[in-house]
Write a protein that binds this ligand. Sequence first.
Ligand code: MLT
Length: 265
Amino acid sequence: MKYIINSLSVNTFGDPENIPVIFVHGFPFDYSMWENQIAELKNDYYCISYDVRGLGDSYVGDGQYTMDAFASDLFSIVHEMNINQPVLCGLSMGGYIILRTLQRDSKRFRGVVLCNTKASGDDNEAKLKRAQAIDDINVKGLDFFVSNFVPNCFSDFTKKKNPELVEKITQNAKRHIPKGVKGSVFAMLSRNDTNEILPKLEIPALVIAGKDDKITPVTAMKEMADKIKDSDFTEIPNAAHLTPLENPEKFNKALKEFLDTKITK
Ligand code: MLT
């Protein structure tokens, strides 16, 4: 089913009586990046995947977003759709949104899956890269930016073995509205550090890293997992930053095992 909630495009799959899992995509992607996971889970879990404000079919508005506003969007989906204690699963920017959401109120959630993400904010080098990204989109256009940025999210293995996937995801990202993409860049650049929430989390967590990820490396992700009391850690082989797309078999196995054993009704 497709819903518009608070001007956000929300897609649901499966029986609303099952345990809900909300998927939050990374940058600059959309809800469809979770299609392999939804295909695997939708018979046993109620899967919800939405387009982050400014991307996909969600409303772009003035393009001025913050990570906190993205967290408010996630809360509005939970409230307005009456979703009871969902599990949150986010990749990279999706993880930033989830960590800010948990910092505001973690009691509303049953568990969390953090993929290829981090709790720290941008350092100076990262901020300057964001400035370059905005400049590239303004001066050279979204296609130029996407053609450089998106393939770098994939491992060499995926680029060689599955160039069609790299091409499909790259072309898909070119369909966004530039103002919305720049809005996400600003929101990431200005996000707060959320490390303080990690040791306070009272819900089970699964942390998933990609073996060849240069954006959120395995060692940093393991350190993040170690700060969470009840956490499992998995490293996905033959994958870089886009683990659920690059190695869906291994990713789904880890996700399903976590949900089936750690998450209860
Ligand atoms: C993402 O995948 O969401 C982005 O690469 C995150 C980032 O640029 O910090």
